[in-house]
Design a protein around this ligand. Structure first.
Ligand SMILES: [Zn+2]
Ligand SMILES: [Zn+2]
Length: 59
């Protein structure tokens, strides 16, 4: 089974089977899928977005 990584610009999590798919891109959660419109963190504690408290850009 192929592992896919979240297509969010800000995180590198391997998406779960329940991944949100939009236009062929996969995201680990709704927050990522909507590109964090209100700077909302990921709901997934494993997500980099979450760990960065959402505010940190991926360097
Ligand atoms: Zn993500
Ligand atoms: Zn994200």
């Amino acid at each position: 089974m192929e592992e896919r990584v979240c297509d969010c610009t800000y995180c590198d999590v391997v998406v779960p089977e329940s991944a949100v798919t939009i236009n062929g891109k996969v995201f680990c959660c709704e927050a990522c899928a909507s590109a964090h419109p209100d700077r909302q963190p990921c709901q997934d504690p494993e997500c980099d977005c979450y760990n960065h408290g959402w505010g940190g850009l991926k360097s």
